[in-house]
Design a protein around this ligand. Structure first.
Ligand SMILES: Nc1nc2c(c(=O)[nH]1)N[C@H]1C(S)=C(S)[C@@H](COP(=O)(O)O)O[C@H]1N2
Ligand SMILES: [Mo]
Length: 362
């Protein structure tokens, strides 16, 4: 595997690589080093020859394109954007503690990272292909990886609206943190859809299709759909589900971790907050008494669209048990629900309840 064992704690199952950073290394820096960037794969990393790699652009376009990586780099302006990627399953573990969830990766708080992406704008490539029809409304992506179980040997895919696809923040990235995109993160080319659940940022991108409908792919039609808490796998009608797009406001305490025994006195609490990327995080409040009293946390850097907000605050704690809590707001007045119960869903997606960390002070 191309990952560094030194830094990554793997969550591999069935030989499929899924990994996240050790929590003491999470969100320490604004830009996440590639060794600490979570990896979420639904299948084996595909085998392909870089020399014969082509990105195909088809569907409701005036000109179908078939582009090598060299042509993509040569024919389209290189754009850079720092953006956070977060898996819809981030914080699923807390949902599972509340009520069981079947067959889903139990991510803690580590399925998130921020990178400096560089590549062509998806919009520039679509403009070169030309949108042929008024009926065009969605842009579907297909990866080169074949998903073997539950999806009939289909490639991994998904779609976003044509409007989002034409937005200037959406990239076809071939670089991450100033280097060639690592294989685990989608080399030679991946979509980066800032603000959306990570699932739409298709890796090892093979095909882009402009179409009237959403993608018919398993991961658009069955996976990554949101349902209210009262729907279960027994009662679900997938056609009724809400396809996930933008991420809700979220905030997480990264340090100290739950259960840890801390010395009495000043305790530094730090973490990350993230919005839909279009609205900056404007306020983070933390509590050391389970949410009875709150104080405003300090930001570690200027708010930046499309990226997380790292924050910290300090409490003076006496010996005993304390519950640390965090919640955030964005510039559109969006915030987080108090309880897991109100956001629990049987797939365990987009948990953004107040984050609670019980600690003992000695
Ligand atoms: N081709 C392909 N693209 C994919 C996936 C995949 O399994 N195959 N996983 C998706 C999911 S669910 C997430 S959260 C992100 C993770 O990106 P990363 O591994 O670079 O962190 O990739 C997305 N793109
Ligand atoms: Mo994901």
């Amino acid at each position: 595997m191309p990952l560094s064992d030194k830094h990554i704690q793997t969550k591999t199952y069935d030989d499929i690589l899924n990994a996240g950073p050790p929590l003491d290394q999470l969100a320490k820096e604004f830009v996440t080093p590639k060794e600490l960037f979570f990896v979420r794969n639904h299948s084996q990393i595909p085998h392909f020859q870089l020399e014969s790699y082509r990105l195909r652009v088809r569907g409701m376009v005036t000109r179908e394109l078939s582009l090598s990586l060299t042509e993509i780099k040569r024919d389209f302006e290189r754009r850079e954007l720092t953006a956070t990627l977060q898996c819809a399953g981030n914080r699923r573990e807390e949902m599972v503690d509340y009520k069981p969830i079947d067959d889903q990766l139990e991510w803690g708080i580590e399925a998130i990272g921020t990178a400096k992406w560089a590549g062509a704008r998806l919009g520039d490539v679509l403009t070169a292909a030309g949108i042929r029809s008024e009926a065009a409304a969605h842009v579907a992506f297909l990866g080169l990886d074949k998903v073997l179980d539950g999806a009939d040997n289909e490639a991994y895919g998904g779609s976003i609206s044509l409007d989002k696809a034409l937005a200037c923040e959406v990239l076809l990235a071939y670089e991450m943190n100033g280097e060639d995109l690592p294989l685990a993160h989608g080399c030679p080319l991946r979509v980066v859809v800032p603000g959306y659940i990570g699932a739409r940022s298709v890796k090892w991108l093979g095909e882009i299709r402009v179409q009237a409908e959403e993608s018919a792919n398993h991961f658009q039609q069955i996976g990554y759909k949101l349902f209210p808490p009262h729907i279960s796998s027994d009662t679900v009608d997938y056609a009724d589900g809400m396809p996930l797009t933008k991420l809700p406001v979220n905030s997480v305490i990264v340090r100290p971790q739950a259960g840890g025994a801390l010395p009495a006195g000043a305790v530094l609490v730090e973490g990350y907050a993230m919005s839909d990327g279009e609205h900056e995080i404007t306020w983070v409040s933390a509590s050391a008494d389970g949410g009875k009293t709150w104080q405003r946390a300090d930001f570690m850097h200027e708010p930046q669209l499309w990226s997380w907000q790292l924050w910290r605050t300090e409490f003076t704690l006496s010996p005993g048990k304390h519950e640390l809590v965090v919640r955030a707001w964005d510039s559109a007045a969006n915030s987080q629900p108090e309880t897991i119960a109100s956001v629990w869903n049987f797939k365990g997606y987009v948990n953004n309840a107040w984050h609670r960390v019980p600690v003992t002070v000695e």
